[in-house]
Design a protein around this ligand. Structure first.
Ligand code: CA
Ligand code: CA
Length: 166
């Protein structure tokens, strides 16, 4: 019985804590998509429970966004038709709507976010290389470092160039 009381007290305590935290951090479920000219989804990235955020994207994609719209900050839902050939659409949708994303150029290819550029980042790209030319299976726009719409040795080379040898 005594244990039950203290669990309830703990639950109430946690609920109070949650109520304090939630209003400060609005959380969004976000879907980022790269959509082809026939509405086909070429790449879809889902992020759950994210705050308004900065998202590092391959540098050529960042430059495309800045040149086209003159800003790097957008509020979802948004559809950005990129000046690629063929024209592709970068789509950001959030639940609830209103997620703010600020794109930034990915100049340091720390793809697994461990604050170092090393062989593990090469592995991230190697895992996304597809053996079928022209196939969009596995395509992840955030790993396409030269943003030529395919993941291959040239993206690996961009990481390899920045690996620091101790
Ligand atoms: Ca890393
Ligand atoms: Ca590429």
């Amino acid at each position: 019985m005594k244990g039950k009381v203290s669990i309830t007290a703990l639950t109430v305590g946690l609920m109070n804590l949650t109520m304090l935290i939630v209003p400060a951090l609005a959380q969004y479920n976000v879907t980022l998509r790269l959509v082809g000219p026939d509405e086909e989804i070429l790449c879809e990235i889902n992020m759950n429970d994210v705050d308004n955020m900065t998202l590092a994207v391959p540098e050529p994609l960042y430059i495309m966004i800045i040149n086209q719209w003159g800003t790097d900050t957008f509020i979802a839902p948004v559809n950005l038709t990129l000046p690629t050939m063929p024209p592709l659409t970068l789509q950001a949708i959030s639940v609830p709507p209103g997620w703010t994303v600020t794109f930034e150029p990915l100049t340091v290819p720390d793809l697994n976010g461990d604050y170092a550029v090393d062989v593990f980042d090469l592995v991230e790209i190697a895992g996304a290389i597809t053996v079928n030319p022209g196939s969009w299976d596995n395509y992840n726009m955030l790993l396409d470092l030269n943003f030529d719409l395919t993941i291959d040795i040239f993206d690996l080379a961009k990481v390899a160039k920045q690996i620091e040898i101790p």
